[in-house]
Write a protein that binds this ligand. Structure first.
Ligand SMILES: Nc1ncnc2c1ncn2[C@@H]1O[C@H](COP(=O)(O)OP(=O)(O)OP(=O)(O)O)[C@@H](O)[C@H]1O
Length: 248
């Protein structure tokens, strides 16, 4: 479980997050949604340790992340898998080498143990046939799958995905969403996904948090999101014409 309380962050005197709190439970795929510049990525960075909040507490299964010693922070970081926006694959490494990278950097596993773990993760995302290919030789959807395989290779307790659907067609997006949700259920991971994509909200949005100008202004799920009375949320949702027509 990830619990964060009263997170505040300013840059150059400009408040970007103000007293944002929430709880993400194990086995749930938690979505953070909102328009551009509302603070989603900054919140994610405060959670994963890339940006230190000015105020507030981030706890991983009861362990305070920011007010702790570096060793504990390192330990918590090792329990995180991150799927970066755009995949962030190494172009000069094969698919298998990309997935293997965290094992090389962070573990003492033997070569055969690493081989086995990479094979398990590539199979889990349906890419066992693509192990020897270079990132330039695979599609956008496959790159996301490689990113997911790399994010789970260390067997994380917490999985963070920054806009996993960016640049994908709607059908491929749904498949990536489903894969993230399945993996979350299967390994009982606490997953946090940042997205703009209303399709994702409707497909996998059991737990949704809506940010607006650095504040959490709504929390709920895909069943209730279209009935909210929050004007900013409605504006965000119904910017999509199809949804607007469907709701009539
Ligand atoms: N390191 C930084 N220095 C200064 N300002 C920053 C920094 N990081 C983010 N910001 C500002 O904080 C605000 C929130 O940014 P953030 O990236 O969290 O938005 P977002 O909701 O993720 O948007 P998008 O969906 O477009 O990625 C923006 O106005 C951004 O310019």
């Amino acid at each position: 479980m990830i619990q964060f309380t009263d997170i505040c962050k300013s840059f150059d005197g400009r408040m970007v997050l103000e007293n944002v709190s929430g709880t993400f439970k194990s086995g749930d795929t938690n979505l953070i949604i909102g328009g551009s510049g509302t603070g989603k990525s900054v919140l994610l960075k405060c959670l994963i340790g890339l940006v230190r909040p000015d105020k507030g507490i981030v706890e991983y299964n009861g362990r305070d992340f920011w007010n702790n010693d570096e060793e504990t922070r390192k330990q918590i970081r090792r329990e995180m898998g991150v799927l970066f926006q755009g995949g962030a694959l190494f172009d000069s490494k094969t698919v298998a080498q990309n997935v293997r990278f965290p094992l090389e950097m962070l573990t003492e596993m033997s070569e055969s143990e690493k081989d086995d773990r990479v094979a398990v993760c590539l199979t889990r995302v349906g890419l066992e046939q693509a192990a020897g290919r270079m990132p330039s030789e695979i599609s956008g959807g496959m790159k996301k799958r490689v990113g997911i395989a790399r994010a789970i290779v260390m067997n994380p307790k917490y999985l963070f995905c920054d806009e996993p659907n960016s640049g994908l067609d709607p059908l491929t997006s749904i498949k990536i969403d489903e894969l993230i949700k399945e993996i979350t259920d299967e390994y009982h991971i606490t997953t946090v996904v940042i997205t703009h994509d209303m399709n994702s909200v409707l497909e996998i949005g059991e737990k949704v948090m809506f940010l607006y100008k650095g504040h959490k202004v709504w929390e709920g799920d895909s069943a209730t999101i279209t009935h909210s009375k929050v004007a900013e949320l409605n504006e965000f949702i119904f910017a999509n014409k199809l949804l607007r027509d469907m709701s009539r």
